[in-house]
Design a protein around this ligand. Structure first.
Ligand SMILES: Cc1cc2nc3c(=O)[nH]c(=O)nc-3n(C[C@H](O)[C@H](O)[C@H](O)COP(=O)(O)OP(=O)(O)OC[C@H]3O[C@@H](n4cnc5c(N)ncnc54)[C@H](O)[C@@H]3O)c2cc1C
Length: 382
């Protein structure tokens, strides 16, 4: 099989990249390779503990998206990328798929080995299987204390999961469930700024969530999270990042210490012409700022990677990611803590109340309506 452009990954970045390539080059043959049948709207995973949206509304069949946007979905995972040969091989039967341009957007799963003991004793609910397991265990009548550890490069989902888990317990009248948020080091201060972090802690407190600030995490053991200051007994310990790059068999010199793909400001791999990356897997260098690993940022990168793949097919020069737009996006956080939020810009609290959440839900609805072929929820149930 040979395609003008092959996109690896069927998430935020991969789907937008494939659609954007076809929009810019309607004659181009484009394949998107993803092992999943559906596009999963990951930001909504946090609503599952409270069943605030139907689980089916998180998923959109890739077959429908592919036929609407004119690309082919190959349901398989990539076993190996062979940059010198201009091909990838598929996991199921080793088949080769050749490309003229390649966009790598395989996301970044949790790095389960970074915290000692966590691989055995913690859940990583940003990975879909563990999200289901968290929901199941939260509903067990014996569940008492649930700890969410905020660590690594993406702490927002941990805070959101804590909020919606507390909401679920409260709505079910289960006062015996205690939700505790543990901040590893200064993870909250770094992301939100000191003032906004304090405001978020108070917001979480209105849902009965206890917060342990500035902890030094040592390890997870069966039934406890061990900190330098002592242990917290827990029926469930959840960790939402750190993240790592998935193994695509790429040469080690192309990857950073976390296994993410190093790309320049045009999202191209400098060592091999014709390979671009977008989304959580991309370690974008040369912009002078660290890009957060978010859905919005993945989409911004996808458009740039797609444009550069198309331009380079006809011998044009790739352009850099819009650094000002990326910086504006990177400056904003708005975690949905059980239906409450603090809108944070440039690490300062700007606004609380319902307006920022309404804005956030409008963004969700706009995105989902782009790809959905049947109606579904556009916001969590109040
Ligand atoms: C619980 C949670 C809440 C979040 N909340 C927010 C939020 O509120 N706002 C926000 O902006 N961001 C949020 N994010 C972050 C956002 O979801 C990610 O940044 C975004 O999904 C990254 O997009 P991506 O395309 O890089 O990766 P993903 O969306 O993870 O997609 C990666 C795709 O690649 C596929 N893949 C993996 N390996 C292979 C392979 N070998 N071959 C082929 N395909 C492969 C996967 O199956 C998947 O389809 C949240 C994330 C989580 C998990």
């Amino acid at each position: 099989m040979d395609f003008d452009v092959v996109v690896v990954g069927g998430g935020a970045a991969g789907v937008d990249a494939a659609a954007e390539v076809r929009r810019r080059a309607p004659e181009a043959s484009v394949a998107l390779i993803s092992p999943e049948r559906d596009l999963h709207y990951r930001p909504w995973l946090v609503y599952l503990p409270a069943a605030a949206v139907p689980e089916t509304d998180l998923s959109i069949p890739l077959s429908g998206i592919a036929s609407t946007h004119g690309f082919q979905h190959i349901q398989d995972s990539v076993h190996e990328v062979r940059p010198k040969a201009g091909e990838v091989t598929l996991s199921t039967d080793g088949r080769r798929v050749t490309y003229h341009r390649l966009i790598l957007a395989p996301g970044a799963p949790a790095d389960r080995d970074r915290i000692p003991g966590a691989a055995e004793h913690a859940l990583y609910p940003c990975d879909r299987g563990d999200a289901g397991e968290l929901v199941r265990r939260l509903r067990e009548p014996t569940t008492g204390t649930v700890v969410f550890l905020l660590t690594g490069e993406r702490i927002g989902p941990g805070l959101e999961y804590a909020g919606w888990s507390a909401r679920a317990a409260r709505d079910a009248g289960r006062g015996s469930v205690k939700v505790v948020v543990v901040e590893d080091g200064d993870a909250m201060d770094r992301q939100f700024g000191v003032q906004a972090a304090d405001r978020l802690v108070s917001t979480a407190g209105t849902l009965g969530i206890e917060t342990v600030r500035h902890a030094r995490v040592e390890r997870v053991e069966s039934g406890k999270l061990v900190l330098a200051s002592g242990a917290i007994g827990a029926d469930i310990v959840c960790v939402t990042s750190p993240l790592r790059g998935p193994d695509l068999g790429l040469p080690a010199e192309l990857l950073d210490a976390r296994g993410m793909l190093k790309v320049d400001a045009t999202l191209a791999v400098p060592q091999y012409a014709g390979i671009f990356s977008a989304g959580d897997f991309a370690d974008v260098q040369g912009l002078g700022l660290e890009l957060p690993k978010t859905w919005m940022m993945a989409r911004l990168q996808a458009v740039t990677a797609a444009r550069n793949a198309v331009v380079s097919l006809s011998g044009g020069r790739p352009a850099a990611l819009d650094a000002r737009k990326a910086a504006r996006m990177a400056a904003i956080s708005m975690p949905d803590v059980g239906g409450r939020t603090v809108f944070v810009r440039n690490r300062k609290p700007v606004l609380a109340g319902s307006w920022p959440l309404r804005m956030r839900y409008r963004v969700d609805a706009k995105y989902l309506s782009r790809y959905r072929t049947r109606p579904g929820a556009t916001r969590p149930a109040p």
